[in-house]
Design a protein around this ligand. Structure first.
Ligand code: SME
Length: 153
């Protein structure tokens, strides 16, 4: 893993305090992940059952006001949640069903936080440039997701 991602991972690990509520940890982690730079949005969506099925609800984040509810299967976030796998989108304009919370976004990565096969939440990052995210970033975020999983009740 690149040095900068090792540092990010170490910072994320150091920030996590299991005695705190989930929302406090995720809030600081969103700020920590945003240090990666070159992002216009960075944060969490949390999985919950809703009246009309499983959905992702807006959690702690850095960036502009965003959509608050994304049904599983919809957009990049909902697809990653429905399939339980990370999705890297080099060009959001070419992704069918992409939900444009910000007209600035050009590329996106979504990484699920999994407990077994159950999706607890997703990490979502948007960038104003094409192809901002690669497999190295994906691997780093998957490692961060594994650190976060035990924080969920
Ligand atoms: N673009 C996402 C929606 C969330 S925002 O990017 C913050 C999607 O297509 O799921």
């Amino acid at each position: 893993m690149k040095k900068e991602y090792e540092t990010l991972l170490a910072e994320a690990k150091a920030l996590i305090d299991r005695s705190l509520p989930l929302v406090s940890n995720l809030s600081n982690l969103s700020a920590c992940l945003n240090r990666m730079g070159g992002l216009n949005w960075c944060g969490f969506y949390l999985a919950r059952k809703s009246d009309d099925g499983d959905a992702l609800f807006l959690g702690p984040f850095q960036g502009e006001v965003a959509c608050t509810k994304i049904p599983f299967g919809k957009g990049v976030c909902g697809k990653a949640a429905a399939e339980g796998r990370s999705i890297v989108v080099p060009d959001v304009l070419a992704f069918p069903g992409h939900i444009a919370c910000s007209s600035l976004s050009r590329s996106e990565i979504v990484v699920p936080i999994l407990r077994g096969s159950r999706v607890l939440a997703v990490i979502d990052m948007d960038a104003p440039t094409f192809s901002r995210f690669d497999d190295e970033i994906r691997e780093a975020l998957e490692a961060v997701a594994a650190l976060i999983e035990p924080l969920f009740d």
